[in-house]
Design a protein around this ligand. Sequence first.
Ligand SMILES: NC(=O)c1ccc[n+]([C@@H]2O[C@H](COP(=O)([O-])OP(=O)(O)OC[C@H]3O[C@@H](n4cnc5c(N)ncnc54)[C@H](O)[C@@H]3O)[C@@H](O)[C@H]2O)c1
Length: 258
Amino acid sequence: MRRHSMQRFENQVVIVTGAGSGIGKATALRFLDEGARVVFVGREKSKLDKAASGFQQDRVLIVEADVSIESDAEKIVKETTDRFGRLDTLVNNAGVHAQGKVDELSTDAWRKVMATDLDGVFFMSRAALPHLKYVGGSIVNTASVSGTGGDWSMAAYNAAKGGVVNLTRAMAMDHGKEGVRVNAVCPSLSRTEMTEDMMSDEKLLEKFNERFALRGPGQPEHVDSVIAFLASEDACFVTGVNLPVDGGVSASNGQPPQ
Ligand SMILES: NC(=O)c1ccc[n+]([C@@H]2O[C@H](COP(=O)([O-])OP(=O)(O)OC[C@H]3O[C@@H](n4cnc5c(N)ncnc54)[C@H](O)[C@@H]3O)[C@@H](O)[C@H]2O)c1
């Protein structure tokens, strides 16, 4: 079990979607470590149970749900406030990826990515807002560097994450005076279940490494600390920001290394 000396989230309640693995799991554990009560959301209860094991169960709520379903999003927020009485932070992290150019993508693949990565953020944010306004809380979205620039053969993902990036800005403007901050992290390639195939491709990793200023790829723990920062009082004057957590990938103007 990790131990962080900071306890910035004592008495606070945090929802993390996609908490069964990768960046979501690391983030949920980070918030637990820093004193929060944490709602682990995902589609597979066994994965969520495993992720949360080892922590006091009175500070944990597991909700098996699909963020792309409107009624599930409402259920997640209701179960949270029924159990813990408040909501301080929503981390919209659940996401899926589909490879392909526009003329290669099936309608189903396109819809799945948009439904999870963009609709899910809308449904969850809308359901959470009344509670976030009440306590002066915040939203942190896991967007991506794929939301701030194009990739090759990732059209649906680029479109959905681009939507998340601009929704972050729009919501920050709309809800700032209501006391709600909205920010996003933009990771580049990080070692998680989503990128398992890429991680075993040495040639591909070499190409990626040419693009990182720091040594890549990233780890979920590189991202969870930044999500926690954005949710904390330390970032009380920060809103509408899409913060790269990318080892310097987006510092480049795109020209190849020499
Ligand atoms: N790994 C990377 O390189 C990388 C880079 C940039 C952004 N991201 C983003 O980070 C986020 C987390 O991904 P990860 O890399 O940790 O991968 P991951 O596959 O380990 O985690 C994604 C989690 O979301 C869950 N999920 C998927 N669809 C869901 C749904 N409809 N409802 C509820 N839960 C659902 C999955 O079960 C999984 O646990 C995603 O939004 C992803 O797009 C990842």
